[in-house]
Each structure stands twice: as structure tokens, then as C-alpha cells.
Write a protein that binds this ligand. Sequence first.
Ligand code: NAD
Length: 482
Amino acid sequence: MDLHYDSLFIGGDWVRPTSSERITVVSASTEQPIGSVPEAQEADVDAAVAAARRAFDDPAGWAHWAPADRAAAMERLADVLERRAEDVVQRVSAQNGMPVAVARQLEGAFPVVLLRYYAGLARDTATEETRPGLFGGNTLVRREPLGVVGAIVPWNFPQTLAAFKYAPALAAGCTLVIKPSPETVLDSYTFAEAVAESGIPAGVVNIVPGGREVGAHLVAHPDVDKISFTGSTAAGRSIGEVCGRLLRPVTLELGGKSAAIILDDASLDLQNVAEKLFTATLLNNGQTCFLGTRVLAPRARYTEIVDLFTDFAGALKVGDALDDTTQIGPMATAAQRERVERYIAKGRGDGARVTIGGGRPADRDRGWFVEPTVFADVDNNHTIAQEEIFGPVLSLIPYADEDDAVRLANDSDYGLGGTVWTNDPERGLAVAKRVQTGTIGVNTYLPEPTAPFGGVKASGIGRELGPEALANYQELKSVYLG
Ligand code: NAD
């Protein structure tokens, strides 16, 4: 792969960047450069926001299109992205090490599904409602498009998480400036080309590849009306502070340290559950915010469950992300691998026991690989049980009874995902209801487009997905009718 771009997608056009600074993208599997793009500067962000502002304020523009026309344009974009899915998939996998099979399911397919789903909602959801008043007269309640959205996206699922934002925003009639992470900018060019081809009007979608400084400039920009952010809790706190000062609406999807609760009746036969367990605990090399990386196991079955997870992790195929059979690819960056290795060392230092993995795979001299790693004898107070590692590392924590399991699950700063594994779905649901989290699965886990997704506590504020997410991009106006 050798992809080089010289312009930025701003105002529906390919424009020259204001500086010669560039971002070089490196393959996580080979450590070789695979492309480069201009690095957007503050002046480029200003131009992108101005273009989004003009597109939003145009009295005949996107915000004023009939919802059915916006829906049709979104469906055209979905069609182009579907056609170009494999290109997106290859770029994402090469950049961040996501196994290509995972990338096909998520990065290739999910944005297409979301665009079609929100296009349908744009068509079917009324934006005006007349309510009879209690003091006589009626009120017209309107849901108006909120304005210019700054969408800031991390590197772990660059296209899917961008679509979590742009699909409802476009459906609502907003315009966007999207800032991808520097690690994953090549896929944003395929997306920009798809936008241009779809006939979505100039300036409705603008893209500024860059780091946190341009991200911070976008967050505080006076002409931005809303920030939608996915990323680390540390960055989310700082963005939340700025938005608080500016009284700017903000949605924050942040980190997680979710619990996978194995109930004492669960018959975990790897033949049957390995795939679901994988998605719930190790998807995308552990670089997924919702993963249940704290596995809570009943003390009476602890040894058996440690053995099961050891076998499960040991059987995973580690390899180049672009190999169809790879289950665990490399960490996205050298820094990310160092971070994961620091946590593994900390876990050992705190007295937890590595039952498998713990190092770099012997047969990989290139790429930022870490072996799938299982820690047994972890105390929930250990750093590896409290902080997000963002790598293929699971911590197995024993519990005494169901109350203890719920207490441990909730003894976390975070609350984003989680699972309950049981042979009794009703019992599983009862436990799921007691866990403080934004989402949780019983014997399965995967974000569902039709249901709200997001976190409580340090995992964020607000929800994406579902019909609820349209409201993130709408402003309510009540018109009292005399
Ligand atoms: P990060 O917070 O460092 O960066 C995320 C994005 O924000 C990048 O585009 C970055 O350039 C930008 N950014 C960073 N600081 C900023 C600031 N002060 N102002 C504006 N923009 C800023 O996170 P990361 O390391 O790229 O991503 C991994 C993190 O994302 C993990 O903690 C993970 O849990 C979280 N995540 C959360 C969800 C979710 O839905 N809750 C989904 C995926 C990832």
C-alpha cells in the first residue's frame, strides 16, 4: 500500500492545505510507511468550519431539504460505501492492525447499515408535533437541526465510530467537520471520495486530518454548535470542560473497564461460545472500548474458568492484520504496545499470575504485537483491574456469590459495556439490571444500531445509536400558537 494525498476535503472540494506539514501513516503489522496526507492546521479547521457554516446557513441548503431528499442522498452515500467497502477495510486493517475479518464486519459494513437506518428514520420521524396546551391554545413543538457539528474520532474503529456521529447528524440536517485520528487518516479519504460521489452538497461534510491540537481548536471554535467525541476519558474530560465553559452541547463516548460476569450455572463450552466470548472480551486486539476485560468468575469454579480462558486465549491465531485467518493483530502503534506492556508488568508486580501470553509472539519480528494474555488471581483493586489497558489482556477475578459479583462489577470508575454468562437467561437479565452500565449483554455482546449505546460514570455522557441519537443533533423549539 502506498497512498499519498495532497489536498484536504473542505467545502465539497479538494483544496490545498495551508501548510506543507504531513502525516505519515505506518502499518501496524509491518512498521512500514503506507501513505501520507496533509496535516490540517488551525487555518484549515477554520476553512472547514466556515464551509460547514455556509452549508448549514444556506436557506435552500441541507438543513432545509425535505427529510426524504436527505434520506435519498444518505442512501446514495451508503451505496458508494458498500461498493468501496473492501478499500476501507484494507486501509483500516493496514493502519491500525484490526484483523481484516473484523474490519469487514465492522468498518466495511456498519457505516452502510447506519446510513440506511438513519435515512429511514429521517423519512419516518416527524419533526413537528402540535400539542394541546393546559392554558388553552396549542403549541407547535419542532425538532430543528442543531447546526455545525465537530466530530472527533479515535483510531480504533475510525469509520464505524465516525458513522455513529455523521449518520444521525446528517439525518437531522446538520453539517459536519470530522477530525480523524492521525493514525487512521487514509480511510477518511475513501470516505471523502464517497461523499463527493454521493451528491451530498458541498460543505455538508468536511474532513480535517490532524492531532489533538487541531482537535482542541475545533472543540473551541466559535462557529461550531455541537461536539461529538469518542476517545479516551482524559481527552473527554478536557473537551467536556471546554464545552461546559462555552455552554456547547457535547456527547462523550469514553473509555471502559467492563465486567464479564460468569454465573455459577454457565456451561461455557468453547466450541459453542468462543466466537461470542471473543467479541465480548478481545475484539480488535483488545482495542475496543466496551470489552469485558474483567472476567468475574465464581470462586467454586475458578480453576476451571481460568483453564477455559487460558485455552481460549491460547488458541487465538496471532498474525498480520491483512491475513484473513488472523484473530489477533498488532497494537495500533508502538506507543500503544508500550502502554499494554507496562500494564502487563504492573499486573505481575502486583502479584497477579500470567497463565498464558504476557510477552511478544516469538515468530513476529515486525509489527507491534502482544500475545493474548490472561491474568489469574487478580484483585479488583489492582491497577490492571481498574484502568483501561486497551490490549489483548484479560483479568480473571474470583467472586463469592451473585451479590459479590455485582458489587465487583460496579466497583469501577467506568460503566460502558459488560456481559452476563448463564444457562438461565432470566437470571442473566436480573443480574444485568443490577450492573451500573450503559450497555450490557446476556450471553452475547455487540452494539445494536437500533438501541442507544454509551456509558455512565467515567465512560461518558450521552448516547449514540438508536432513534435517541437523532436528538443529539436536534434543537427543540416550542412555538405557542395564539
Ligand atoms: P484519544 O482521546 O487520545 O484521541 C481520540 C481523538 O481525540 C483523536 O482524534 C485525537 O486526536 C483527539 N483528541 C485528543 N485529545 C483531544 C483534545 N484535547 N481536544 C480535541 N481532540 C482531542 O483516544 P485514542 O487513544 O485515540 O482512542 C482510544 C480511546 O478511545 C480509548 O480510551 C477507548 O476506550 C476510547 N473509545 C471509546 C469508545 C466509546 O464509544 N465509548 C469507542 C472507541 C474508543
